[in-house]
Design a protein. Structure first.
Length: 332
C-alpha cells in the first residue's frame, strides 16, 4: 500500500537521541535537523532547520530523566513547531510515557497528571501517538486521537526463552503485576510466583511524596529455582531489592530481573548491582548514562520494532501483523 504522504521526516528532542538515531538507521532516513537551545532564563527554543510542509512527521521523544520537565516541554514545543510549519501529519513517538503512575484520582485533591500530559500533547499538535508498554493501559483512553501502544515484552520473552532453562520461575513483584506476570510466564513456558507487597507512602513534604516498599509474602515455591523478577519498569530499584531479599530468604538459587523501561533513578544502578542479581535486562526506551551500565546489565533495543512500525504507519499498513506473528524479525 502507498503512503498518502510523499515524504517522511523523523525529528528528536533530547529525550533519547541514540534511540532516535537507531530508528532512523532502521527506516533509512537521516535524523531531522533541529536547533534546540535552553536560554539563561530557562526558556527552551526549538527551530526545525528543514521544511516539513505536507510531510509525514514523526517526533521521537522519550520522557526521560534527568530534567524530565525539559523533556516534556521539548516534546510539546517540537509538536507545535511542526504544526505551525504545516506538517501534513504529526506522530508523537513516546517510547516511555512519564507520569504513568498518576493515572487516577485515588485520594482527595490530587491531579491526574497522565491525563493532563495527554491533553497537552494533543493541544500541541499531535495527530496520533505511538508508545511502548504504558504503566496502565487505560492511559490510551486519555487521548482522543489514535494511539498505538506497542509492547516490547516479546523481546524480553524471547531473550529468556532462548536460555532454555527448565528450572526458571517467573516472579511478579506485586499483586498488581500478577496478570502480566502470568502472561509472561506462559509465554516463556515457566511457572509463576507472586509477591504480595505493601507500599508504604509518606506524604506531606513540600517536595512531594516519598515512597518506600516492603515485600511481605510469597505465593509459590522458589526453593532451588532460578527466579526471574519481571516488572514494567525499574525506577529506584527499591521494589526489586525488596523482592530479591525475600526470594533469597525463601531459598531461591539464582536471581535475575527484567523490565521494559529502565528508568534507573536515585542510585538504582548501584542498588541493583548490590542485591545479588546475576543479570538485569531492560530495553533502550530510556537512555542510560555510562554510570548506569554495569557488566550484569543487558540492554535490548526497541529500535527495530519502532522503525518497522513507523514504516508501516507511513505506508498505511497494519501493525498488528508484527504481534500476531510472534517470530517477526521486528521482535528481536
Ligand atoms: C509499580 O507499580 C511499578 O510496576 C514498578 O514496580 C515501580 O515503578 C518500580 O519502582 P521502584 O524501582 O522505584 O521500586
Amino acid at each position: 500500500m502507498g503512503s498518502r504522504f510523499d515524504e517522511m521526516r523523523i525529528f528528536s528532542g533530547n529525550g533519547n537521541i541514540p534511540l532516535a538515531q537507531a530508528i532512523c538507521e532502521r527506516v533509512g532516513v537521516p535524523l531531522g535537523d533541529t536547533t534546540i537551545v535552553k536560554f539563561a532564563n530557562e526558556n527552551i527554543f526549538i527551530k526545525l532547520n528543514e521544511s516539513v510542509r505536507e510531510k509525514d512527521v514523526f517526533v521521537v521523544q522519550s520522557l526521560s530523566t534527568p530534567n524530565l520537565s525539559d523533556r516534556i516541554l521539548e516534546l510539546l514545543i517540537l509538536l507545535d513547531a511542526c504544526k505551525r510549519a504545516s506538517a501534513g501529519r504529526i506522530t508523537a513517538v513516546i517510547p516511555y510515557y512519564a507520569y504513568g503512575r498518576t493515572d487516577k484520582k485515588d485520594q482527595p485533591r490530587v491531579p491526574i497528571t497522565a491525563r493532563l500530559l495527554a491533553d497537552m500533547i494533543q493541544a500541541a499538535g499531535a495527530h496520533q501517538v505511538l508508545t511502548i508498554d504504558l504503566h496502565a493501559g487505560q492511559i490510551q483512553g486519555f487521548f482522543s486521537i489514535p494511539m498505538d501502544e506497542l509492547t516490547a515484552v516479546p523481546l524480553l520473552v524471547r531473550y529468556w526463552a532462548d536460555k532454555g532453562w527448565d528450572d526458571l520461575i517467573v516472579v511478579a513483584p506485586d499483586v498488581g503485576f500478577a496478570k502480566r506476570g502470568r502472561n509472561f510466564a506462559e509465554a516463556i513456558g515457566a511457572p509463576l510466583a507472586i509477591v504480595e507487597k505493601r507500599r508504604i507512602q509518606q506524604l506531606g513534604r513540600r517536595d512531594g511524596p516519598l515512597t518506600s516498599t516492603e515485600a511481605l509474602n510469597l505465593i509459590g515455591d522458589v526453593t532451588g529455582k532460578r527466579c526471574l523478577i519481571v516488572d514494567d519498569e525499574i525506577a529506584t530499584g527499591g521494589s526489586i531489592l525488596e523482592v530479591a531479599r525475600l526470594l533469597e530468604r525463601e531459598g531461591a538459587r539464582e536471581l535475575y530481573a527484567c523490565c521494559v523501561h529502565g528508568v534507573f533513578v536515585g542510585g538504582a544502578a548501584q542498588r541493583l548491582q548490590q542485591c545479588g542479581l546475576r543479570e538485569v535486562v531492560v530495553t533502550d526506551t530510556l537512555p542510560l548514562s555510562p554510570e548506569q551500565h554495569w557488566p550484569g546489565l543487558t540492554v535490548l533495543s526497541v529500535s527495530t520494532l519502532l522503525g518497522e512500525v513507523i514504516q508501516r504507519i507511513h505506508s498505511g499498513i497494519s501493525v498488528d501483523a508484527i504481534f500476531t506473528h510472534r517470530k517477526h524479525p521486528a521482535l528481536g
